[in-house]
Design a protein around this ligand. Structure first.
Ligand code: NAD
Length: 508
């Protein structure tokens, strides 16, 4: 944890406060939640859980800070991002340690997450061109039309446990550089990264109250959805909650982008390089213990190469080291004991649904504390598409293999699924790849790239039940979401403009 300012009097563990108005804040709620170290299974701290009344106070503080920040020049706002970029880059190891201690992902992966967040900060530093308007000269005699892009106001970001730094950094740089005031509600499971980011932004010169972090659970989220001053909501999490967020916030007249679940397929055609495809499947299936919304969770293997591909993947899995993320292992623990047990139970379902468990992660011997939330990587072949192993987002280190007769059946399987976050094709056939990228109904597509997360100057988001709302995260769409356009029609009067005419304005 970062230097939490309080201690839980009952347990003596550190207690993480909210960050409001540029300082730690306790709020009035007495409720707190545990923070675990997933690699030891022990409680390492506690976090405050805000009441609805606490959220009202935090939103009011953001609304108070808004006018000053909205009026700050683009250069001043970008200057804060430049300074934040330097701090984040210089001290990313510190943040990575926090991620590993609360999420469990291995240190190298934590650094990778921060680097992808840093990309968005760098993008925001130079994105003045996305805040500028258009100008049309003399659209009618002596009349000009131009547009301004103005901030939306107070906006809220609600983030999930699996990327405690990167997901907030998908949104904060764009929202802040656009002149909005932000309330961030991070996951209560690993909340300290958000606190670290808020403190670093304060150090970078962000005025007090422009970014506030409120910790909490459903009560805090619902209060944000209902707060009249909050004009826009960015949410990332599971699909049922994303749908709830979208419906409730939209009904309250807010802009919403709510990113949800995924079940990402990797289609391997017979002409692919099977060694490279096997490497990619292992990396994308088991990195971060499969707790990535862009993880490959289903391998669609064409029958003629399926046996060979499964063998190659199993060989590679035998070499993976599972354990404490600080010890140079390949894969860490899962986020909670309950989640580990839930993911492990899918292996029983697989067996009873007639799938073949090629590698069973339940017997893993980790390099770490016996009480950690461990589950080794598992490979399950011949998974029926009717099985819950296929239909559910498992969100753990379980890679399913579904055998298909060829390209057409592979695409048909993807098409039939409810989600459309990411997908990839592995092939050396340019024509097949081109056809795939054009016809598959998925928001982010990889061609021989298993985790196709777009760079910061494109935008991130899925299709179908993976995204509710019209705009994606960061990139140009992030700026569209966090600004509203105003069109000005202007003329400087001279005597020739006089006279009465009640007709609808026309141009001449
Ligand atoms: P989650 O839905 O449980 O929680 C997300 C956020 O919602 C947290 O801040 C949490 O406190 C809050 N929340 C939880 N229950 C709530 C409720 N009933 N009402 C209101 N708010 C509630 O998700 P998670 O387990 O933290 O994260 C994993 C999920 O996020 C996976 O489904 C994953 O696919 C998804 N995810 C999607 C993307 C994407 O880009 N599509 C990216 C990352 C994660």
């Amino acid at each position: 944890m970062t230097d939490a300012t309080d201690t839980d009097t009952d347990t003596g563990t550190p207690l993480l406060d909210h960050w409001v108005g540029g300082a730690p804040w306790r709020g009035d709620s007495e409720r707190t939640g545990p923070i675990h170290n997933p690699a030891t299974g022990r409680v390492s701290g506690r976090v405050r859980l805000a009441s609805a009344a606490d959220v009202t106070s935090v939103v009011a503080r953001a609304a108070e800070a808004l006018p000053g920040w909205r009026e700050a020049s683009v250069a001043r706002r970008q200057g804060v991002m430049f300074s934040f970029r330097e701090i984040l880059n210089a001290r990313k190891d510190e943040l990575a340690e926090i991620l590993t201690a609360e999420h469990g992902k291995v240190l190298s992966d934590a650094l990778g997450e921060i680097t992808r967040g840093l990309e968005v900060v760098e993008f925001a530093c130079g994105s003045g061109h996305l805040l500028k308007g258009d100008y049309s000269d003399n659209v009618s005699t002596g009349v000009d039309v131009y547009t301004l892009r103005q901030p939306v106001g107070v906006v809220a970001v609600i983030s999930p446990f699996n990327f405690p730094a990167m997901v907030p950094l998908w949104f904060l740089p764009v929202a802040l550089v656009s002149g909005n005031a932000v309330v961030l509600k991070p996951s209560e499971k690993d909340p300290s990264a958000a606190d670290w980011i808020a403190r670093a932004l304060a150090e970078a010169g962000l005025p007090d109250g422009v970014l506030n972090v409120v910790h909490g659970d459903r009560e805090a989220v619902d209060a944000l959805l209902d707060a009249p001053e909050v004009r826009a909501i960015s949410f990332v999490g599971s699909t049922p909650i994303a749908k709830h967020i979208y419906e409730r916030a939209s009904a309250n007249g807010k802009r919403v982008q709510a990113l949800g679940r995924a079940k990402n397929h990797m289609l391997v055609l017979p002409d692919a390089d099977l060694d490279l495809a096997a490497d990619a499947a292992v990396n994308a299936g088991f990195g971060s213990a499969g707790e990535r919304c862009m993880a490959v969770s289903v391998l669609l293997a064409v029958d003629s190469i399926a046996d060979a591909l499964v063998d190659k993947i199993a060989e590679r899995m035998a070499g993976l080291r599972i354990g404490d993320g600080t010890r140079g292992c390949d894969m860490g623990p899962l986020i909670t004991r309950e989640h580990r047990d839930k993911v492990a139970a899918y292996l029983d379902v697989a067996a009873s649904d007639g799938a073949r468990i090629v590698v069973d992660g339940r017997g893993v011997v980790p390099d770490g504390d016996a009480d950690g939330f461990w589950l080794g990587p598992s490979l399950v072949d011949r998974v029926p598409t009717s099985s819950a192993v296929y239909t559910d987002e498992i969100f753990g280190p379980v890679l399913s293999v579904v055998r298909v007769s060829g390209y057409e059946e592979g695409v048909a399987v993807i098409e039939a699924g409810p989600y459309g976050n990411g997908t990839a094709i592995f092939t050396n056939d340019g024509g097949a790849a081109r056809r795939f990228q054009r016809e598959v109904r998925v928001g982010m597509v990889g061609v021989n790239v298993p985790i196709p997360v777009p760079v910061a100057y494109h935008s991130f988001g899925g299709w179908k039940a993976s995204l509710f709302g019209d705009t994606k995260a960061y990139g140009p769409q992030g700026f569209a979401f966090y600004t509203q356009e105003k069109a000005v029609t202007s003329r400087w009067l001279d005597p020739s403009h006089g006279g009465i005419n009640l007709g609808f304005p026309q141009h001449d």
